[in-house]
Design a protein around this ligand. Structure first.
Ligand SMILES: Cc1ncc(COP(=O)(O)O)c(C=O)c1O
Length: 391
């Protein structure tokens, strides 16, 4: 009965693993979840009451698809301050998480057989969203500076129907790596010669633990080719499901129409609560608190990994975000490692999930934001012991 386009629709590996992590006592480095103890619950409670008391009729009513204008104004200002991108509120569409921005991008730009270029590895939620439109994925070799530009150029010169390039230049999921400024500039120079949409997915850019942030691709975009996706999920809370698309006014109009068909608009109440939170509290202070906690958790995890992991395990040292990427010797299959480590009460995501064309079964992604320092100190040696039995 199902439409042809659903033939690649299958549940994500991560969902299956996350189900297992619900078992009591499990130490999970698997999900990409924020630390719930850092959610500003009391502030949100106060703001929610304020919104209901003073704007209840509006907050519980339908609204326009574009989103609540005062929130779009606040986001446009933040785009300038945080991502160097000058834009107007008319270039902002509020979405139900940045995941919806990814899905709408697939819907708007991909015909069956079009080519999507992505980093190798990349975010599996994006593969899931794009797969409904039956594209062909080409993974562009990626090193610790970003996509390898010679490879990108070769692929662009030799491949028909490249339509969309999906990248996460800041503290990428799953590797935690960030692109250098040179690569960002080179990328924008190269793609400016092609009719390609660049989807810049940036949920982690503000979670930076050392150094200065680098300009977003959107800020280097001379030809209105970049669609920037932002999110409140990791800087406030993911449960509200509020993110945004920032794009040229012409493209944004299409996103608005596609979103209207999908879900009419993002929750009015959640938008208003975030707007009032930004007015009445200091989001920067909240982000700074989150960064302090995650920086410490990252440091502890890396320290314990340095001590406990075998020398042949290579891992990233991320300057921000939520993840550490581990590569084991090529003969190790981390799906088998996972089966054993779940028996020992430890979960992670096998690296193969992050390659749209498969392979690369010897890597793993570890999350450091969601478990306490004690759990990290307890869990990493247990995981290391399991890994050693495979090497
Ligand atoms: C790279 C990337 N993009 C998008 C998302 C989706 O985030 P949101 O909660 O804003 O939909 C995630 C979530 O983990 C992510 O890692």
């Amino acid at each position: 009965m199902f439409a042809e386009r659903t033939r690649h629709l299958n549940g994500s590996d991560i969902r299956a693993i996350l189900k297992m992590t619900e078992q009591p006592g499990m130490i999970s480095f698997a999900g990409g979840m924020p630390a719930p103890e850092l959610f500003p619950i009391e502030e949100i409670q106060e703001v929610s009451q304020h919104v209901l008391k003073h704007h209840g009729k509006q907050a519980l009513q339908y609204t326009i698809t574009e989103g609540f204008l005062p929130l779009r104004e606040q986001i446009a200002q933040r785009m300038q301050v945080k991502f160097d991108k000058a834009c107007s509120p008319q270039q902002i569409l509020i979405t139900s998480g940045s995941q919806q921005g990814i899905e709408l991008s697939g819907k708007l730009f991909l015909d069956e057989g079009d080519v999507v270029l992505c980093e190798s590895p990349s975010f599996l939620g994006a593969f899931q969203a794009f797969r409904l439109y039956n594209p062909r994925f080409i993974e562009v070799p990626t090193d610790d500076q970003g996509m390898v530009m010679e490879e990108l150029t070769r692929i662009l010169e030799t491949t028909d129907r490249v339509k969309l390039l999906y990248v996460i230049p800041d503290f990428q999921n799953p590797t935690g790596r960030s692109w250098s400024l040179a690569r960002r500039k080179e990328l924008m120079e190269i793609v400016s010669h092609y009719e390609i949409v660049v989807v810049e997915d940036n949920p982690y850019g503000e979670l930076i633990y050392e150094g200065d942030s680098l300009p977003s691709l959107a800020s280097l975009d001379q030809k209105d080719q970049v669609v920037f996706l932002g999110s409140f999920s990791k800087i406030l809370c993911p449960g509200f499901r509020v993110g945004w698309v920032c794009a040229s006014p012409q493209w944004l109009e299409k996103y608005v129409m596609a979103k209207q068909a999908a879900d009419t608009h993002t929750s009015t109440f959640c938008q208003q609560v975030i707007h009032s939170y930004l007015e009445r509290y200091d989001l920067e202070q909240n982000v700074s608190k989150i960064k302090d906690v995650y920086r410490k958790r990252r440091n502890i995890m890396l320290d314990v990994m340095d001590r406990e992991f075998p020398e042949t395990a290579l891992f990233s040292k991320p300057g921000g975000g939520l993840f550490i990427w581990v590569e084991l010797p090529a003969f190790v299959n981390t799906r088998e490692v996972l089966a054993k480590s779940l028996e020992k009460g430890i979960a992670f995501v096998p690296g193969g999930s992050f390659y749209p064309n498969g392979g690369h079964e010897h890597a793993m992604r570890l999350n450091f934001s969601n478990m306490s320092e004690d759990k990290i100190i307890e869990g990493i040696p247990r995981l290391a012991a399991v890994i050693r039995t495979f090497i």
